[in-house]
Design a protein around this ligand. Sequence first.
Ligand SMILES: *Cc1c(COP(=O)(O)O)cnc(C)c1O
Length: 370
Amino acid sequence: MGVSVAKIDDTIWSSFEIQPAPNPASDKEREAKLVDPGFGRIFTDHMAIVRYNQAKGWHDARVESRASFPLDPALAVLHYAQEIFEGLKAYTRDDGGVNLFRPDANARRFHNSAERMAMAPLPEPVFIEAVEQLVRIDCNWIPSGEGSLYLRPFMIASEIFLGVKPSSEYIFAVIASPVGSYFKGGPAPVSIWVSENYTRAAVGGTGAVKCGGNYAASLRAQAEAMDHGCDQVVFLDAVERRYVEELGGMNIFFVFDDGSLLTPPLGTILPGITRDSVIALAKASGTHVREELYTLDQWRADAASGKLKEAFACGTAAVISPIGKVCSANGDFLIGDGTGGPVATGLRKQLVDIQYGRAADPHDWIRKVL
Ligand SMILES: *Cc1c(COP(=O)(O)O)cnc(C)c1O
């Protein structure tokens, strides 16, 4: 007799079928690719994949050779963009073992993203197991030193149907990409452009979930930033166009002369795991952290008066990037002397040391995979 859907979902985590790639990269090929991997261009030999349909629930969990998906022109995701993703990293410890950083937080956020996008929520243990299995089988792709293995779990609507409704079928997969240190020789300060023509998210929209569509909508603003000679774009709120929200793919923090930190409150911004970790680290060391609205005008005034000492952006890919300069249609201003500061550098070191297992882990963030 058939097993209930719930039953399959609950037991699938222990039943990934592992099919090692018949033709993995040779040691020589792999080592050549790992010399200067850059970001997101090189991929490992395998992927993890789990399928969903209404009859079976989540099923057919496997780790197999990384390969293309068949791409029917009527695949739902191609038309209505039902797609969500995550980003996390695996780090090599000095003892040769491998750490994941807060994968449970990524699993929970992925679950929330699926609910907002009317997709089938993936049980959190399945998400974590898929990530761990992929890291184990492709562990020889993790760069040593300050590099890491960037993991990209994602889910697409895979029903072949043009009707506008939630898909009845989904593919969840995890792929992995070795990445070098994001910044060679320490983080260089970034310049950011204030987007006054475009917004990223409104109350009730999808700003707080990690869906591909948010990025599609941010690219024009990012291109405008680059046209103005800036590295990144920062968005203001969609209603009053006054409050600083976040960058295209990173959260933002401000550091004041009394040592306190301020970061915009959750709501329309993406609840970054790096943001949450920075708040926890700062609070644990006695720093006052406020999650409060902050206007562009106040930012400009505080930078001019010297009340604002630093600003930085944070996210999994780049960890913490100091913001050196802010450019807008109403003129540019520097943060401090434009070279970054000790608070961003110190928080970055604290976080990276925990991730690589070089420091104690009082918040229980590390999951040892190997
Ligand atoms: C992923 C993401 C972040 C950073 O989240 P982390 O969990 O810290 O990597 C910030 N903003 C947006 C829009 C994002 O998509």
